[in-house]
Design a protein around this ligand. Structure first.
Ligand code: ZN
Length: 192
């Protein structure tokens, strides 16, 4: 789904780990959720099926009780998704903190890094390479290359590895991948 903020910016909800999306739970509901989690741990039967059913009950309750919230990354307006009642918008007081819905861990949240290059691109695309820094750490190299857009493979490859090592050293990454024309040239995930 996506919708437009009054400032003109379009807010998309089409992928996971969005830095501008969060969830609210009412204080009136929180005890019920905690009770369901306690019951799943303490009272569910011993079989894998019992465990799976207990986990499903928690997930389904979470879906019912959590309300989604979005923040416009351009102007900072906050939206609460009230389901059938639609979206409720709240305007902030200047200067607005536009990172309200980022992870509580802030820059320490472990995110993802994706680099992708295509020799052949559709007409509507303007660059062959993109570097997606999906962590809460902003990188000057990526910002200076126009938000991670590349016309040169060598520059993309260099920036990818540089950023990968920096993010890995800072322990703020859980998955990283570099693809060229559909072939994965490098991938790394945090050991479990
Ligand atoms: Zn806006």
């Amino acid at each position: 789904m996506n919708f437009r903020c009054e400032c003109g910016h379009r807010i998309h909800d089409n992928t996971d780990n969005l830095p501008y999306k969060g969830y609210f739970i009412a204080d009136q509901d929180q005890d019920d959720l905690m009770d369901e989690i306690d019951a799943a741990i303490e009272e569910s039967g011993p079989s894998p099926q019992d465990k799976e059913e207990a986990a499903m009950r928690i997930r389904s309750l979470t879906t019912r009780l959590f309300k989604s919230a979005y923040q416009c990354s351009k102007c900072g307006n906050l939206f609460m998704d009230l389901g059938p009642a639609g979206l409720e918008m709240f305007r902030g007081v200047d200067p607005v903190n536009k990172n309200l819905l980022q992870s509580a861990l802030g820059e320490q949240w472990r995110g993802h890094l994706y680099g992708e290059w295509k020799d052949t691109i559709p007409e509507w695309q303007t660059s062959h390479g993109t570097l997606y820094n999906e962590t809460n750490v902003s990188d000057p190299a990526v910002e200076s290359s126009g938000g991670g857009q590349y016309g040169d493979w060598g520059a993309l490859e260099r920036d990818y590895y540089e950023l990968f090592h920096e993010l890995k050293d800072r322990d703020v990454i859980r998955y990283s991948q570099l693809k060229k024309n559909g072939t994965v040239l490098h991938s790394w995930s945090l050991p479990k």
